[in-house]
Design a protein around this ligand. Structure first.
Ligand SMILES: C[S@@+](CC[C@H](N)C(=O)[O-])C[C@H]1O[C@@H](n2cnc3c(N)ncnc32)[C@H](O)[C@@H]1O
Length: 283
């Protein structure tokens, strides 16, 4: 029986295998449709005709591989994405965080950082920022570099100001930014407790003893099996009583260890780890 439906399936499979062997990055568990689109886009960008040609070149050219990572990962994000989600975090999670002397937060798949700074503003207004450490991670080094700088074009500013208000924060977004000619720069006060660092959810290890994990709009790019494995990683990384926040289109429904979590706001995908039993322990 044929293992691959067509040559394209085979070529993509072979490309991902070769990338894993050579560079140690594992895209084999990413959803095929989106990944295939991104690979074809990359071929066009690099003016490479065929996937086998890309396969040949990518193992010999580190620069090409770095650009591949940059282009195949989807980095779309915004400030206070889904504003009502932040209202829910304020209502359901902040009161629990207030009880901790120190708060460890992992923001996985943070892209260019807009969401990380949104959370920092929320924590600031709750009087919790000084006792929080936020580990903001992504597989893509170039977006992390931009996140670290905290410089954003002002083209979406009015939408972000509206999101800020809709998220239930007081004052104005610009209270946290310095305005430049066509950009805004995040206040250093927001940045000082954030550690930006590379971390690959597929191959890297646990971030220990977190009280809160944000991983929004990342799992949608993974197959169900990979989602299960990554949620297992989050489960291990969370303290008992810690919270896991996913994107609006993501869920724990198919996760083997879902009985370990209680939905504190199912609509906004806020879950609390309320049991230590039932871990899928697949890593
Ligand atoms: C669509 S963005 C989501 C950004 C932000 N969390 C949000 O919801 O607005 C997805 C991010 O996940 C990152 N990502 C993809 N695969 C990853 C992996 N294996 N490990 C860590 N981050 C990954 C991408 O580089 C990208 O920045």
């Amino acid at each position: 029986m044929l293992k691959y439906q067509n040559d394209e399936d085979y070529d993509i499979h072979a490309l991902l295998e070769v990338i894993y062997l050579k560079w140690g990055y594992d895209f084999r568990g990413y959803s095929k449709a989106s990944l295939t689109r991104r690979i074809f886009f990359f071929l066009q960008e690099e003016r490479i005709d065929r996937i086998p040609d890309l396969q040949f070149r990518i193992v010999r050219d580190r620069g090409l591989f770095s650009r591949f990572i940059k282009d195949v990962t989807v980095n779309v994000t915004e400030m206070f994405r889904d504003p009502s989600f932040y209202r829910s975090v304020k209502k359901h999670i902040v009161p629990q965080l207030e009880t901790y002397p120190h708060i460890k937060i992992w923001h996985a798949g943070c892209a260019t950082g807009e969401e990380v700074y949104s959370l920092a503003m929320l924590l600031d207004q709750a009087g919790l920022l000084d006792r929080a450490t936020i580990y903001a991670t992504d597989i893509n080094r170039s977006v992390l570099d931009r996140a670290k700088k905290g410089i954003y074009s002002d083209s979406h500013l009015s939408q972000y100001q509206q999101n800020f208000k809709d998220a239930g924060l007081n004052g104005d977004l610009l209270d946290y930014f310095e305005k430049g000619y066509d950009h805004v720069i995040v206040d250093s006060r927001l940045r000082k407790n954030i550690v930006f660092t590379e971390h690959d959810l597929v191959i890297d290890h646990v971030f220990g003893e977190m009280q809160l994990i944000f991983c929004r709009n990342v799992l949608i790019y993974f197959t169900r099996e990979l989602q299960d494995k990554v949620i297992g990683l989050f489960t291990e990384s969370l303290d008992f009583g810690g919270y896991l926040c996913l994107g609006i289109k993501e869920s724990l429904d198919f996760f083997d260890g879902r009985a370990m979590f209680t939905a504190v706001d199912a609509d906004h995908r806020l879950f609390q780890k309320t049991s230590n039993k039932g871990s899928s322990d697949k890593r």
